[in-house]
Ligand binder design. Sequence first.
Ligand code: ISL
Ligand code: CA
Length: 602
Amino acid sequence: MKPPSLTTIALALAVLAPMAPVQAETPAPAPALINGYQPTWWKEAVVYQVYPRSFKDSNGDGIGDIPGITSKLDYLQKLGVNVIWLSPHYDSPNADNGYDIRDYRKVMAEFGTMADFDKMLAGIKQRHMRLIVDLVVNHTSDEHHWFVESRKSKDNPYRDYYFWRDGKPDPAGKPGPDGKPTTLPPNNDPSFFSGSAWQFDPTTNQYYLHYFAVKQPDLNWDNPKVREEVYSLMRFWLDKGVDGFRMDVIPLISKNPAFPDLTPDQLHNYGNAYANGPHMHDYLQEMNRNVMAKYDVMTVGEALGISLEQTPLIVGDNRHELNMIFNFDAIRSNRTGRDFKPADLPTLKAIYTRHAEVLDTHSWDTVFLSNHDNPRIVSTFGDDSPEFRVPSAKLLATMLLTLRGTPFLYQGDELGMTNYPFKSIADFDDIEVKNAYKANVLTGKIPEDVFIANLRHTSRDNSRTPMQWDASTNGGFTTAAKPWLAENPNYTQINAAAEVADSNSIYNYTAKLIALRRAHQAFVYGDYKDIDPDNKSIFIYTRTLGTERYLVVLNFSPGPVAYTLPTSVKINSLVMSNLDTTSLITSTLNLAGWEARIYKLQ
Ligand code: ISL
Ligand code: CA
């Protein structure tokens, strides 16, 4: 037989070449469904939100920073959380504490450098945790290069990155400083941070749209270049190894370019009117195709203005948009408009039941009752009096970590940190407060004491006071004489050093709950059933996965309650309790104020 010619060998090699990496790409088989759910890491995650400005200052300038976070990763790992959501860490002039981004590819100088970020990310991965970052792309800072260009002239290439409109003729028609008649904003849209959502810009005599602060102009997502820019910056962070995004006010990205006036009804709840624009789903699907589909990521949208009924359209697993969203129904159940009203248990329970009905096995949920925009969980939904702060904080943790949906814990809640004793307007930092003060108090619409009293319950600054690490000056948050926002004076009693050392602390109790959730899939994929929805002080529900059944009993009141279990509920054993009581396996449960128990059922 003739030896093969060189040409034959070359041909054979050429044919073989495309197959060279022999591992054929067989797609990994989809994991078996659990109780109808497709299991994924982000459904099983416990997320911890870090607000970097207030977490830990490493260099004594009074401002929390990235090396500070890195120095506390062991603390987070010991707590057991496995995903960190980092509030914005990007270059920003801080009109809204980083939610006004000047450069999406740069780390805020006050927080450190990109090398610091990389080191933090490596530390997170080393500890088998993941990191999601905040994606704030409804708006940028007015100092972002795109806006600096955009405002220069009507024909600037960046003009259409934002919304510019002519004003409406002012019937009063007074001449402005330039002698020309003044105009009114293009429509009556209000800003979330008081006043009109339109800002006049004298350079081109037009108005630009800002749903939030004047320094937060809204991006025009109808411009395909804007969308490409966003997808590209997302890839930049994913390529670095971050594991996904929390998406700021994402339902607001699509606007009706005609900007009709809001009706009186819409003005009443303008957040809803701004959400769900004509192309919101198109843009989220495009983003998913272009970015998310190419990585193993977790996405959670801050879904301002999205009702529960609309939620499956964003998170349904056949929709290819986002994995989950934050609905505000539960966290806002203690408000009338902007005013505080104490939460009511049957209302809260009805919300969780509705969630379980509307969000089926194809739509994953989130569970949270605090974040950087809301007051402290224990002061709001619990009882921060000296007698009940510890049990009620533990009860709330019990609830968050046994309900259906991925739980999001906010920094400091694992210590039972409380609202701040605000006394005067000078105690606040938040632009929302400062603008509202000008619009309501300085104009005489609301008396100052009423305004401050309401803020004591509602202000976002309640949750932004620095973390209380130990009993030393400024709670060990900073070595500076003054942190950027005052430490809550109760740091001498409430702090991490004391709680890590105390096996009975809220921190160690939360760690046990997290471990329990992670050990038993019933808490993740199990069915949820409220067994006494009308009870005004007891929240009692089951989580069931096949033969594994748990009962959670929460006394949401300061007084003792003797609660008789329905005969159908048969206790097997006590799994956890937030109080040190004995003889807990009885058919009538004698619950102390704010007592929480988890039982395994027969
Ligand atoms: O916090 C609010 C009112 O007290 C909300 O209206 C809040 O502004 C809204 O939920 C949107 O929040 C997000 O976008 C804002 C930013 O200030 C918040 O911190 C952020 O979570 C603008 O980027
Ligand atoms: Ca610092």
